[in-house]
Design a protein around this ligand. Structure first.
Ligand code: NDP
Length: 277
């Protein structure tokens, strides 16, 4: 039986083994998928051991996504642009790396939530790894504006400039701090890619960033109504969503990349969904 795993630190909370087991059952694929906690200084050694035991591929999560890129012998363009990989596939001594987080986010917003990105104004909160990984797929979806706001304003501006240097996002992508938001009006989509929801901290957002038709999307999942989603609801945002769909969609992209079969995602999302309120 082909073996796969998710590698992170910590890893106990991971829903990936259940998601891939549900995909395997639904598509009739015989595979085993486990969760492996690697020591903080032992990512490469842990992957090597898994490969030596016959492992065919791994998902990679916090804090190893950068190392996964460096480990691979072939890195996809989007993983290179993201500066991080969340999936590896092994073939003898060859190791391919890709990053499906951003495509998972876009697919969840556009296909599952039926909220168009093309022609819309998008606000990204946060300038860490998750934000960076989402930028290229979001830009490819055709927004008229993509503004990155971050607690450290300079980091958001640097991220936008790094994309401009790659020839991406000219005239669409810009970055700044929370103070820049008051004058920018309401956005069609506001995505929280900060880790503030993990510690239940509210963000200093002007209520005017949310309009009645705004989709407020928190990348965090399984935490119910986070402070960010509560802020959005109280400011009148029309639609609230957490990051479960993004997680399941990136898993489906990975599964298709490994197995050549794309599983249906909505039954899995419905099975794992925790009500927001
Ligand atoms: P990083 O540590 O790389 O980045 C954290 C970001 O959050 C930075 O921009 C940081 O700002 C900001 N931040 C942290 N605390 C606060 C705070 N109290 N107030 C304001 N801003 C804050 O994390 P990741 O980018 O890897 O992850 C971000 C979130 O996305 C996590 O919650 C993670 O669970 C989620 N995620 C969800 C996925 C999914 O499939 N649904 C996939 C990947 C991530 P600063 O630069 O100023 O420090």
């Amino acid at each position: 039986m082909d073996r796969y795993a998710v590698i992170g630190h910590p890893i106990g909370h991971s829903k990936s083994p259940l998601i891939h087991a549900l995909f395997a059952a639904a598509t009739g694929q015989a595979l085993e998928y486990t969760a492996i906690e690697a020591p903080l200084d032992g990512f490469a050694a842990t992957v090597n051991t898994f490969r030596a035991a016959g492992g065919r591929g791994v998902n990679v999560t916090v804090p190893f996504k950068l190392e996964a890129c460096a480990y691979a012998t072939e890195v996809s363009e989007r993983a290179r642009i993201a500066g991080a990989a969340n999936a590896l596939a092994f073939d003898g001594t060859h190791c391919r790396a890709d990053n499906f987080d951003g495509v998972g986010l876009v697919r969840d917003i556009v296909t599952n939530l039926r909220h168009p990105i093309a022609g819309k104004r998008v606000l990204m909160l946060g300038a860490g790894g998750a934000a960076r990984g989402a930028l290229q797929p979001l830009l490819a979806a055709g927004p008229t504006e993509l503004f990155i706001a971050n607690r450290s304003a300079a980091k958001a501006a640097e991220l936008a400039n790094a994309f401009h240097a790659l020839g991406l996002g000219a005239g669409v992508l810009a970055g700044g701090g929370w103070d820049d938001l008051a004058a920018r009006g309401a956005y069609d989509i506001v995505i929280n890619a900060t880790s503030a929801s993990l510690t239940a901290e509210p963000l200093p957002l002007p209520p005017g960033v949310f309009g009645h038709d705004t989709l407020a999307y928190d990348m965090v999942y399984g935490k119910g109504l986070t402070p960010f989603l509560r802020q959005a609801r109280d400011a009148g945002a029309g639609r609230l969503a957490d990051g479960l769909g993004m997680l399941v969609e990136q898993a489906a992209e990975t599964f298709a990349w490994w197995r050549g079969v794309r599983p249906t995602t909505l039954p899995v999302i419905e099975r794992l969904r925790v009500p927001l309120a």
